[in-house]
Design a protein around this ligand. Structure first.
Ligand SMILES: Nc1ncnc2c1ncn2[C@@H]1O[C@H](COP(=O)(O)OP(=O)(O)OP(=O)(O)O)[C@@H](O)[C@H]1O
Ligand SMILES: [Mg+2]
Length: 248
């Protein structure tokens, strides 16, 4: 007997628009994700990766097929029910950080808790803890403009995990970062997965970043084309920056 996976997609389709302008971005996706997995989603531009992420994160509803999350049929839920599920179980990280400008790191991270109606004291404690867990203790009062790209993405990750989600969805989280900073973010995602048990689903175009995942799912033309295990995922801290060029 096999246990129900955390996430199960069966024949999931997503159509944008209708009539002659309709476009089928997902064409019948089957995918199971177990609790605690770290999965990289790859594939060419336009293959449906972000559409799949938005569907998985309950931001969007499939046009057809079934999405079971913890056994619940997401495709039958109302918008409000999906929002509740999303706020309780999912955290999101995007390529562009999406932080509020002129708002401190602390306040950015508190935001999801504000939506949940938590007290100021509880918000402060939880945000400080989340910022510490992404290595930003002492940076609480800086605004995004006063932080580097890598630090801004850390704030965004703190904001995504402050609600203690079961699943972290990251859509090209290193897309705007240089190599060193990208590996630091991957270290962090890898640690959140292994130490806190958060299921991580990450879209990336870079094989070097996908190498941290235990499994690589490749989308082509709105379908899963390959689904492979990575027997030896990169471990946090394994990246060695190239030695500095010698200057004479
Ligand atoms: N809101 C929308 N309305 C209409 N078409 C859309 C919409 N969002 C995405 N599409 C189309 O659906 C297809 C899949 O888009 P999606 O964003 O999922 O691709 P992707 O794999 O994430 O690509 P990229 O690597 O460039 O981010 C594309 O052809 C895109 O143009
Ligand atoms: Mg995309």
């Amino acid at each position: 007997m096999s246990e129900m996976p955390l996430i199960r997609l069966r024949g999931v389709t997503k159509r944008y628009g209708d009539g002659s302008t309709a476009f089928l971005a997902l064409k019948g996706v089957d995918l199971d994700i177990q609790r605690g997995e770290f999965v990289a989603i790859m594939g060419p531009s336009g293959s449906g990766k972000s559409t799949a992420m938005n569907t998985l994160g309950c931001l969007d509803r499939p046009t057809g097929g079934q999405y079971l999350f913890m056994g619940a049929h997401v495709e039958t839920l109302t918008r409000d029910e999906r929002a509740r599920l999303r706020r309780r179980f999912f955290g999101f990280v995007f390529q562009g950080f999406n932080l509020l400008a002129r708002t401190s790191a602390q306040e950015n991270v508190e935001l999801p808790l504000l939506y949940r109606g938590e007290s100021a004291a509880a918000r402060r404690v939880a945000a400080a803890k989340a910022l510490a867990s992404v290595g930003l203790k002492g940076w609480e009062h800086h605004t995004p403009a006063e932080l580097s790209g890598g630090q801004q993405q850390r704030v965004a990750i703190a904001r995504a995990i402050v609600t203690e989600p079961s699943v972290l969805l990251a859509d090209e989280p290193t897309g705007n970062l240089d190599t060193q900073r990208s590996h630091e973010i991957m270290d962090l995602l890898s640690r959140l997965n292994s130490e806190q048990g958060i299921t991580v689903l990450m879209v990336t175009h870079e094989p070097d970043m996908a190498a941290y995942a235990q499994r690589i799912v490749r989308f082509v033309d709105g379908l899963v084309s390959t689904d492979t295990r990575n027997a030896q995922p990169l471990l946090p801290g394994s990246y060695q920056p190239p030695p500095p060029m010698e200057v004479r």
